[in-house]
Write a protein that binds this ligand. Sequence first.
Ligand SMILES: C[S@@+](CC[C@H](N)C(=O)[O-])C[C@H]1O[C@@H](n2cnc3c(N)ncnc32)[C@H](O)[C@@H]1O
Length: 202
Amino acid sequence: MTLHLRDTPILNFLNECNKTSLEKKILDCGAGGRNPPLAIFYRDGYETHGIEILDSQIGKAEKYAKEHDMDFNIIKGDMRKLPYENESFGFVFSHHTIFHLPKAEIALTLKEMERVLKPGGLIYVNLQSHECIGYGEGEEVREGEFIAEEHGEMVLHSYYDDDEADVYFENYDIIMKRKFNLLIAANWCNNMAMIEYIAKKK
Ligand SMILES: C[S@@+](CC[C@H](N)C(=O)[O-])C[C@H]1O[C@@H](n2cnc3c(N)ncnc32)[C@H](O)[C@@H]1O
C-alpha cells in the first residue's frame, strides 16, 4: 500500500496508539471510501472495525481491501448510535467525517465514541476551523453551521473556534491538539483548516 502526505494525521494517531499496552482493536466511524484509513491500522496488525452509513462508500473500501488483501470489517450503520458494547475498543476515531453533522449531533456522536472506548483508550477526531476558506458559504442554519451546494447536493459543514470543541473532551486528557492547513500540508484539496484532537479517556 502507498502512504500519502494526507495520511499524516492517521499515522500520528497510530504512533500514539502503539505507545499504549492496550489490545490492538480499533473502530473507525465513517469508515468507507476509496482511501480507507483503517488500512494503516490493518497493516500494523490491528483488529479493525468500521461503521459507515452508505453502501456505495462501503463498496469502495471493500474494493481497496480486496486489492490489498485486507479485511476491514466495516458494517453499515450510523455513528450517532453505535451498535457496540460499552468500553469495547481501546481506540476509536473519525477522520474527515464528523464535521458534516450539526453540532448537537457531533456532541452525541462523540458521547457514543466515548461510551465504546475503554478507560485509558485513545480517540482521534478532526473538526473544521472557522479559518477554512469555505467558512460562511451557503446558508447559516445555526451558529457556525452552514448548508451549501456541493456537486449538486446540499451539504452541511460545522465550523469551530479554536477552543470551542474542548468541551467534548472533559472526560479525557488531551494528548495532542493542533490546527493545521491541509492545503499547505498535502496540496490535495480545498483550503481546509482543521482542528485535530488525540485524547486519552480518563
Ligand atoms: C469525507 S468521507 C471520509 C471517509 C474516511 N473517513 C476517510 O478519511 O477517507 C466521510 C464518510 O463518512 C460517512 N458518514 C457520514 N455520516 C455518517 C454517519 N452518520 N454514520 C456513519 N458514516 C457516516 C460518509 O458516507 C463518508 O463515507
